[in-house]
Design a protein around this ligand. Structure first.
Ligand code: NAD
Length: 452
C-alpha cells in the first residue's frame, strides 16, 4: 500500500503544496538493509549521562564502545557534533528532586539530536524500590520518555525506556544494541522490563546471531510473516515457513527466496499440532524459535457479529496457538534457550471499534506471555508478545480509505510502519542477546496514540 502523502511530501515539485496546506510531512525513516554487525555504532556519536549512584552506567558505556560508538559524556566534550543517540542511566534516582537531572541532561542535548536518532533511558524497577519516593521517581521517567517521544518523533527519532532489575545489568547489551540501533525504526514510547529469571545462553553472537537455529514462522506467505521469515534467515536461521493451502504458491516463493522450507498447513486443522511436531522432529530434531504470526480479522460491530465470525478469529488467533504450543511442549520439540514470539496488536491493548473478537484474541496473548514466561525461564526460554500498530500490509488494505489515512497518521512518526519494522523487533526478541526480556508485550506502532 502506497503512502501518497509521504511521496508528495518528498517530491520537490509537490513538497511546497503539502507545506502550504498544513498537511503532515512525515520524515523518511532510516531502516537497516542488512543483518546485524558486531560494530553497529561506528561513525555514530552518542551522549551518555546518568544520575549519581546509577548501576547501569558502566554496562551502557561498555556496550556502546564495544559497538564502535563515540561516547560523549560531558557537556563540554564535542559541543557541536550532531548526536545520533542519547542514553541516560536514571537507575540512581532516589526521589522527586533527582528528576531534575532529566531536564538538565536532555534540555541542552535535545536540539542536537540528528534525524532518526535514538534515545534510551534506563530506570530502576519501581516495585523494587524500598522507598515510595524512589518508586515515584523511577515511574516518573516513563512519563518523560513517552512525552519526549511525541515531541521528537516527527524527526524520526525514537525514544524508549528499559526498566532494569537489580542484577540484570549484564543483560543490557543486546537490548541496548536494538534500542539504540537503526533497526529500532518504528518502536517508540515503549517501556521494556529486563529481568534476571531466564538462564543466560551459552553464547551471544553479535552478528549472524541466529546461525544454527531453527525457526518456525506461521503465516509466512506474506506481510509481517514473510518479512520475519526473511529477516530471521538473514540472521542465519533455518526457517520453516507455514501458511494455508490457498497461499501455497506465495509460501513456496518466500521459502525458496530465503533458503527455507515451506509447510502447507492450516493451523486450525485438528491434526495441525501433531503434523507440525512430526515435521519439525523429522527434519530438524526440534525448533529454537517459534513466531506465532498467523492471524485473521473478521471485523463487525458486536451487535452484528455472527458466531462464525467470532469463532473463526478466536480459533486462528488464539486457540490454534495454545494447541500448537502444548503439542510442541509435550512432543519435546521446543529446545532449551528457545524464543517464543506472539503477534498481538494495539487492538489487544486498547480495544477497537468493530473488533471485539480480534481484540479478545490479541489481549489474551498478552496475558498468555505473562503467564508463560516464568514457567519457561528455568529452561532459558523467553516468551514475549509484539503488538503492531498500523503496518502497511494486506490486512490494512481492507480498511476504508479515510480510516486508513487517519490510522496511518495517528502516531508520533506520522506514518505507517513496514513489515520489516515488525520483523526487526521480532528478530531481536528471537536472538540469544534478548535473554533479559521475557513476559513483555512490546508495541511496534511508532508510538501510536491509541491505547498509549
Ligand atoms: P496478513 O493477512 O498479510 O498475513 C497473515 C498470514 O497469516 C496470511 O498469510 C494468512 O494466510 C496466514 N493465516 C491466516 N490464517 C491461517 C491459518 N489458519 N493457518 C495458517 N496460516 C494462516 O496479515 P499481517 O498484517 O501480516 O499480520 C500478521 C500478524 O500481525 C497477524 O497476527 C495480525 O493480527 C498482526 N497484526 C497486524 C497489524 C497490521 O497493521 N498489519 C497490526 C496489528 C497486528
Amino acid at each position: 500500500m502506497t503512502d501518497r502523502l509521504m511521496s508528495l511530501a518528498h517530491n520537490p515539485l509537490t513538497r511546497g503544496l503539502v507545506r502550504a496546506l498544513g498537511l503532515p510531512q512525515p520524515t523518511q525513516l532510516a531502516r537497516a538493509r542488512v543483518g546485524w554487525s558486531a560494530r553497529p555504532f561506528v561513525d555514530r556519536v552518542l551522549a551518555v549521562g546518568g544520575t549519581p549512584g546509577g548501576f547501569a552506567r558502566q554496562q551502557v558505556h561498555a556496550a556502546l564502545t564495544e559497538g564502535g560508538a563515540r561516547v560523549v559524556e560531558s557537556a563540554s566534550e564535542g559541543a557541536d557534533p550532531e548526536l545520533h543517540g542519547i542514553v541516560f542511566d536514571a537507575t540512581g534516582l532516589e526521589g522527586p528532586g533527582g528528576l531534575r537531572a532529566l531536564y538538565d541532561f536532555f534540555h541542552p542535548r535535545g536540539p542536537r539530536l540528528a534525524r532518526n536518532a535514538r534515545v534510551l533511558v534506563v530506570a530502576a524497577v519501581p516495585e523494587e524500590m524500598e522507598r515510595p519516593a524512589a518508586a515515584a521517581a523511577a515511574r516518573g521517567v516513563e512519563g518523560f520518555v513517552r512525552s519526549l517521544g511525541k515531541e521528537v518523533g516527527r524527526r524520526g527519532v525514537t525514544v524508549n525506556l528499559i526498566y532494569l532489575a537489580r542484577g540484570a545489568e549484564a543483560r543490557l547489551s543486546g537490548p541496548l544494541r536494538f534500542f539504540c540501533g537503526v533497526a529500532c525504526t518504528y518502536v517508540s514510547g515503549q517501556a521494556v522490563r529486563l529481568s534476571t529469571g531466564v538462564r543466560p545462553p551459552s553464547a551471544v553472537p553479535l552478528h549472524e546471531a541466529l546461525d544454527g537455529k531453527v525457526a518456525l514462522v506461521t503465516g509466512a506467505a506474506r506481510g509481517i510473516g514473510e518479512a520475519t521469515a526473511q529477516r530471521l534467515a538473514q540472521e542465519g536461521a533455518r526457517v520453516v515457513c507455514l501458511d494455508v493451502p490457498a497461499l501455497e504458491e506465495a509460501l513456496k516463493a518466500t521459502a525458496s527466496r530465503i533458503g527455507g522450507e515451506a509447510l502447507v498447513l492450516d493451523v486450525t486443522a485438528t491434526d495441525a499440532p501433531a503434523r507440525l511436531v512430526a515435521a519439525l522432529k523429522e527434519r530438524h530434531g526440534g525448533v529454537d524459535i517459534v513466531v506465532h504470526n498467523a492471524g485473521i480479522t473478521r471485523d463487525r460491530t458486536f451487535a452484528k457479529m455472527t458466531p462464525e465470525q467470532w469463532d473463526a478469529v478466536l480459533a486462528v488467533n488464539l486457540a490454534a496457538i495454545v494447541a500448537v504450543d502444548e503439542a510442541l511442549s509435550e512432543g519435546g520439540v521446543l529446545r532449551d534457550d528457545g524464543r517464543l514470539v506472539y503477534l498481538s496488536s494495539i487492538s489487544g491493548v486498547a480495544g477497537n471499534f468493530g473488533q471485539t473478537n480480534y481484540a479478545t484474541s490479541k489481549a489474551a496473548l498478552i496475558g498468555y506471555v505473562a503467564a508463560l514466561a516464568p514457567r519457561l525461564a528455568g529452561r532459558g526460554i523467553c516468551a514475549n508478545a509484539v503488538a503492531p500498530g498500523f503496518i502497511e500490509t494486506a490486512m490494512v488494505d481492507k480498511m476504508p480509505l479515510m480510516t486508513r489515512e487517519v490510522g496511518r497518521r495517528l502516531n508520533s512518526l506520522s506514518q505507517g510502519g513496514l513489515p520489516r519494522d515488525v520483523a526487526e523487533l521480532i528478530t531481536f526478541l528471537a536472538s540469544p542477546g534478548a535473554f533479559g526480556v521475557t513476559g513483555n508485550t512490546v508495541r511496534v506502532c511508532g508510538q501510536g496514540l491509541i491505547g498509549a
